[in-house]
Design a protein around this ligand. Structure first.
Ligand code: CA
Length: 240
């Protein structure tokens, strides 16, 4: 049951995952790019280890799919070098061989996960989402959505580098929205999450707090992050 829910959540996830694929076999690389695009992931392709390393150093990716056997610099070396440079972008290593020593070597070099060829696209997608999510939780104290940023430990909020002065309730409300950017949240859902009480009589309170919040996170910046969905609830725009 838990597994089912997990899958449903993954499928429902709408934020685009940005990948770097380092793979020298053209046919596999094309299949991967096409398949992952279908899953809502965009990808940049590098065809050898050196190009892969340079792309990783130059760009920002949610995860890297790294083939082990590559011309020039192999996958292990690419991975190790990135980790030495303090780059902890999640890495999923691919290999044609299933030898345990490869697996150990891959994970020791700092890869997050490992997949043996041939594999299914579904398996790859699930693993990529899992390692990308793991990275999110590596910095559990920080929540970001578009220009908005929350430091949950310090209870501070910013739009870009502008500090937002929020009351505790406003902070909780913004946090609830930022945990689900782009998603329509029903009034009941928000009330339950922020007030711990979803009774409809509180709908007015919610409306008032949403307007307070807009005064602070939007009005001074000429932005319009939070939309009302008539008689249902509210939605924080995907790139607020
Ligand atoms: Ca290869």
């Amino acid at each position: 049951m838990g597994q089912r829910l997990e899958n449903a959540e993954s499928i429902g996830r709408t934020d685009v995952v940005k990948l770097l694929i380092v793979e020298d076999e053209t046919k596999i690389a094309r299949l991967l790019q096409r398949g992952l695009a279908f899953e809502g992931m965009t990808s940049t392709l590098a065809r050898d280890g050196r190009a892969g390393l340079e792309a990783a150093q130059a760009g920002t990716f949610d995860a890297i799919v790294l083939d082990l056997m590559l011309p020039g610099l192999d996958g292990i070396s690419v991975c190790r070098q990135l980790r030495e440079e303090g780059d902890w972008t999640p890495i999923l290593m691919l290999t044609a061989r299933s030898a345990v020593s490869d697996r150990v070597l891959g994970l020791r070099s700092g890869a997050d996960d490992y997949l043996v060829k041939p594999f299914s696209l579904a398996e790859l997608t699930a693993r990529l989402r899992a390692i990308a999510r793991r990275r999110d939780s590596a910095a559990p104290g920080l929540l970001e959505a578009g220009e908005l940023r929350l430091d949950l430990a310090e209870r501070e909020a910013w739009r870009v580098d502008q500090r937002l002065e929020l009351s505790p309730r406003e902070f909780d409300l913004l946090e609830a929205f930022m945990r689900h950017p782009g998603q329509l949240l029903s009034r009941e859902q928000i009330l339950a999450e922020v007030w711990g009480d979803d009774s409809p009589s509180r709908a007015n309170v919610l409306q008032v707090y949403v307007s307070y919040l807009r005064e602070k996170i939007d009005r001074p910046f000429g932005t319009d992050s939070n939309e009302t969905v008539r008689s249902v609830g509210y939605r924080l725009k995907k790139t607020p």
